[in-house]
Design a protein around this ligand. Structure first.
Ligand SMILES: [Zn+2]
Length: 257
């Protein structure tokens, strides 16, 4: 994606560092605590207000309905992103999960079957990540990207991301209909608002070496396998191996979960 089609923002550094960094933003963490008791998912990515169920009906009446131009966020959060563009570097957990052999499967299957298979994968993966408090960042074709910012999930973000990676590797094991590989890493991430279409569409995205490294770990994982960098694995005991990735100067030590 080019800078002209999707402009990255720089500014409001302190605000975004507070939102995603350790401790979080007091106003936002208060909303998270309140809304978690209100059913039901899907929820606004930023404030976690419910969009479905009785909670969605009540909060929709209070101006917290999904934003029409940006349905992953409520109208209030979309306006906030619009009014406070910017980003900050924050250490957090990052996870990639992607389907194995999808190109081969697509070449021998009807396109409707391919779409159904990917939709099933996205639904299961999203459910597992959300149940482990992950923040879904993006769907890239047959890949799901999520982060665990400490400001949203607390200091034990790596443990939660590791638990999600393990659950994903069980759900998409080598014998399943949809085998997938998972990568998880902890490191500094530039998390920021992005704007496309001259500001008519805004979102939050992640950039940097930690993001690229996590994507490479997921690609290196076998079907049904989850690979964690040593930074994410911490003191976990597992089979460790050294991996060399194209374009990265130093080898990466990964632990099989
Ligand atoms: Zn919101």
């Amino acid at each position: 994606m080019t800078q002209t089609s999707l402009e990255r923002e720089n500014g409001n550094t302190e605000l975004w560092a507070t939102i995603f960094g350790p401790g979080g933003h007091p106003a936002l963490t208060k909303m998270h605590r309140l809304y978690r008791w209100l059913p039901a998912a899907p929820r606004c990515r930023l404030c976690h207000v419910p969009f479905a169920g009785i909670g969605g009906w009540i909060m929709g009446g209070l101006g917290k309905a999904p934003c029409k131009r940006n349905p992953y966020y409520c109208s209030a959060c979309d306006a906030f992103i619009d009014g406070q563009p910017g980003g900050a570097e924050v250490e957090m957990s990052v996870l990639y999960v992607d389907i194995r052999n999808s190109v081969k499967t697509a070449s021998v299957s009807p396109t409707s079957d391919v779409a159904r298979r990917i939709n099933t994968f996205l639904g299961i993966a999203t459910d597992i990540i959300t149940r482990h408090d992950g923040f879904i960042m993006a769907f890239y074709g047959d890949c799901v990207v999520a982060v665990w910012p400490p400001g949203f999930v607390g200091p034990d973000h790596a443990e939660k991301a590791i638990a999600a990676a393990r659950a994903l590797s069980r759900a998409f094991d080598a014998d399943s209909h949809i085998p997938a590989g998972t990568g998880v890493h902890v490191g500094p991430v530039y998390i920021c608002t992005v704007a496309a279409g001259e500001g008519t569409f805004r979102d939050i995205s992640i950039f940097g070496h930690s993001v690229n490294l996590t994507a490479r770990l997921a690609s290196a994982a076998l079907a049904g396998q989850a690979l964690a960098s040593v930074e994410a694995a911490g003191g976990l005991v597992g089979e460790a191996r050294s991996l060399t990735f194209k374009g990265m100067e130093n080898p990466v030590t990964a632990v099989t979960l």
